[in-house]
Each structure stands twice: as C-alpha cells, then as structure tokens.
Ligand binder design. Structure first.
Ligand code: GLN
Length: 455
C-alpha cells in the first residue's frame, strides 16, 4: 500500500487517480495486516486497488467524471466495493474515466484525459482507451495491483487491450450493479482489470455475488474461479467468427489473431470457423439502445437530488433550473447521447429505431446461442481494430468515427455474455495488442482457463 501511494504521488502526468484516499488506505492496510496475523485472510486481503469513479464509495467523492455530480458524496456503498472491502482489499482512490462511462478514449472527463503509460516511438502521448482509461493506466503503470472497471460496450476490454493488461466483462447479472452509477442498465456490467488472468479470476471471485438489491442479479453461486485455472483446454472447440474479419482489418491485428488461434491449437483446442451473421448490425443497434437507456437514467440529474445546481437568475423557475443545471453539468458527449436517446424513444420514432434495435439485439443473441449450440466452447476475436492511438487524434472526427472503435466489443454486451481481453503481442510500433475470448453464459471459470493459454 505504501509503495502504491508513493507511486501515485509521482504519477500526475498519467492523470489516472482523480481522487486519493491515503488515510483510508492506511487504515484498511492495517486492518488487513491484523486479519492476516489472525489467520483470517481472504485472497484479496491487503491488496491495494483503485476504483473507477463510477462506483459509489460511502463518504468518498463520486462524480462519474461529470461536473453535474460535483460535491456528491454517497451515503451508501456499491455492492462491488463492499464485497472487495469484505475480502480485505485496500482502497487507494478513485480512477479517471469518460463522463458517465460514455466514450472510448477517456477524453470526455471533467478531470481531463488520462494518459497511456505506453509511449509511441516518437514519444507521442497515447490514449489509455475508455471509458475505464484511468483504471487501465493505473494498473499498467503499477499504481495499484488491480482496479475495477465497467463495461457497457467495451469499456473494460478496449482500455485493457490498449494498455497491455487483462480485462474481464462478466456475464450480465454475475456482478451486482447496485451503487454503480447507471449508464445503460441492460448492458452495464462491472468487472476486474488486472495484470494477469489469475488476478482476474481472484478479483472476479471477490466482486461477484448474488444481490437482492439488484433485480437483475443472477441467482448463481459464485464458483472458485482460481481453482479452475488448470491450463488444460484439450478438446475445447474455439470458434473464429468470419464476420469479425472486416474489410481493411489491419495486418498486425490479423496476425496477432492468428497467433492466438495457434496458441490455443497448440494447447490442444480445436479451432473452427463459425458465422455470427448479424454482427454488422451490432454497432448501430448498440448506439440506439445505449443512448435510449442513458437518456432515461440521466433524467435523475435534475439539480435537486444529487450534486450540482446551476446559479439561477431573477425570475428563473423550475424549468430554467433544470435547463441551466443540465446544460452546464453535462459535457457534449453526454448531451449528444441524451438527445439521441430521447429522439429514438419518442412516440414517432420508437418503432423505427428503438424497437428495431431491440429486435436486432435478439438476433445477435441468437447468433451466439446457435454457435454455442453447435458445440463451440468459446469464440476468439480481436479486442480492438487498432492499437492505442494518439490523444487528440479523434478531436475533429465525426462522433460515429469514434464509435467505430467499439466494433468488436459491443456484440457481447448486447448478448449479455462474458468476455475477456488478454494482451497478445505488440504491433510494429511496440504497442500492445489484445485478443478477446467470448464465453458461454456464467462459464467465466472456463473462459479464464482458456485465457490462461493466451497469456
Ligand atoms: N465506447 C462505448 C460507448 O461510448 C462503450 C462505453 C462503455 O462500455 N462504458 O458507449
């Protein structure tokens, strides 16, 4: 804990930790020490972690990297963080992210962008990815041993790939969403961001629980994920989805994908070509469903119940209060999502957009169900269409250009399935590349065991 606190002290250039809790950390470390001495240690006892700003931690500033939550100190603890503290983990502080987890570069944050600890040959500063960019940067730079992330459309897996770490999105319902600031509730899922697959197994075990406070929490016992890590994947069938071989797929991504398939084959798995025919509709469906749910979730930020209220002028009434508070409290990307979401849910367009997107979602889910029904145990795909790109590279881009970053990740959230991003190799500029494995629902133990082979 002391080593992490010291490392954080000199890590300002990365802008990963946006709020530190050193007193809390030392107290928790001391308590962990007692617990270890008493012979009562759990696997995460004494392990210093960073928490994405999206998680409510009682009494600790929680802003989801938004101006509108300025001054918000929750009276309650998220189930995930409570589970971590119960396991003995140590809280180092809150980590940077895109505002309300909307983004792929961590550039939509009231705290400013976080920076990837990896540098290009020319010394250019690179994005750590998003939305969990601060979590990824902090783990990659050894500021903490692990961090929490959330993944609505790739926000754990993409930043993990950009920073050379492991990121796991559990099955929807495996980890409680209670106390995690909501973005798109039918897609959001919290998970671990760690230095290794083994750490991911240990941390998932600590984070997961059956939680009556989350109505979508699954009634599934939490297995010992670490015990499942045998590295034996003989006889497993791994599918390579042909629809992920996009036109213009970068050579280095294609070759690392092949390298991953070879590693799995060498370990005794059978590699088969599969088809997930509706893949190309996933991104447009996601960018209808996620903003729709966001526009509804974000209605609660009204200047009354949480955080910040705008200064009002003479004669301003309640409508002006809402308008001014939301206009200055939400950043441009969040406002864009609220507008898109409101539009696709409006009476005249509901069927044309939202309902159609929901139907596509069902087809995408069926694609995966068919693949698994045909005997495939897991699916191997690239995590991202590129390695980390320079900060600012997307500044003048059309927002849709930024959304294209998520082309390999959003399918899984729409289907509610578990997936893991593992670093496999480097590109020509020496930057990390990640591969994803998609698993069967609630079979994270199997998935982690397969991922071990890619490490
Ligand atoms: N980049 C995607 C978005 O902006 C995914 C974000 C996420 O998973 N939280 O919506």
């Amino acid at each position: 804990t002391d080593a992490c606190l010291a490392a954080i002290e000199t890590s300002g250039a990365l802008n990963a930790f946006v709020h530190q809790t050193p007193d809390m950390a030392r107290d928790m470390a001391r308590a962990a020490d007692q617990r270890i001495k008493a012979g009562d240690a759990a696997p995460m006892t004494g392990i210093p972690v960073g928490i994405k700003d999206l998680f409510c931690v009682k009494g600790v500033q929680t802003q989801a990297a938004s101006r509108i939550l300025e001054g918000f100190r929750p009276e309650y603890e998220s189930t995930v963080t409570q589970n971590l503290w119960d396991a003995g983990a140590v809280m180092l502080g809150k980590l940077n992210q895109d505002e309300f987890a909307m983004g792929s570069t961590n550039e939509n944050s009231v705290y400013g962008r976080s920076v990837n600890p990896w540098k290009a040959d020319d010394g250019q500063e690179l994005t750590a990815g998003g939305s969990s960019g601060g979590s990824a940067a902090a783990v990659a730079a050894d500021l903490c041993l692990a961090a929490t992330g959330t993944d609505t459309g790739g926000s754990i897996r993409q930043p993990a790939a950009f920073t050379g770490i492991v990121g796991l999105k559990p099955t929807y319902g495996r980890v409680s969403r209670w106390g995690v600031v909501a973005f798109a509730s039918s897609l959001d899922q919290a998970g671990p961001m760690t230095k290794s697959v083994r750490d991911a197994a240990i941390m998932l075990g600590a984070m997961a629980s059956v939680d009556e406070k989350d109505s979508t929490s699954a009634e599934r016992p939490v297995p010992d994920f670490e015990a499942a890590l045998t590295g034996d994947i003989r006889g497993k069938k791994i599918g390579i989805p042909r629809e992920y071989r996009l036109d213009g797929l970068r050579d280095d991504i294609a070759s690392v994908w092949k390298q991953g398939a070879d590693m799995l084959r060498d370990a005794g798995a059978e590699i088969v070509d599969i088809s997930l025919p509706h893949t190309k509709y996933a991104l447009p469906a996601y960018y209808v469903i996620a903003p729709a749910e966001a526009s509804s979730n974000l209605a609660r930020y009204d200047g009354v119940r949480y955080g910040r209220r705008a200064k009002l002028g003479q004669g301003d009434g309640i409508v002006e209060m809402y308008e001014k508070t939301r206009a200055e409290g939400f950043g441009p990307e969040v406002q864009r999502r609220v507008m898109i979401g409101t539009y696709v849910l409006s009476a005249g367009f509901y069927d044309a957009y939202y309902n159609r997107a929901r139907k596509i979602r069902t087809l995408i889910k069926q694609d995966f169900e068919n693949a698994y029904a045909s005997g495939v145990d897991a699916i191997l795909a690239p995590a991202t269409p590129s390695s980390a790109f320079p900060l600012g590279a997307m500044d003048d881009a059309d927002p849709v250009q930024v959304y294209l970053n998520d082309v390999f990740t959003v399918t899984l959230n729409l289907a509610g399935l578990p997936g893991i991003s593992v670093p496999v190799g480097l590109d020509a500029r020496g930057l990390p590349l990640g591969l994803q494995l998609f698993g069967r629902p609630f079979e994270e133990a199997d998935l982690l065991n397969q991922a071990l082979v890619l490490e």
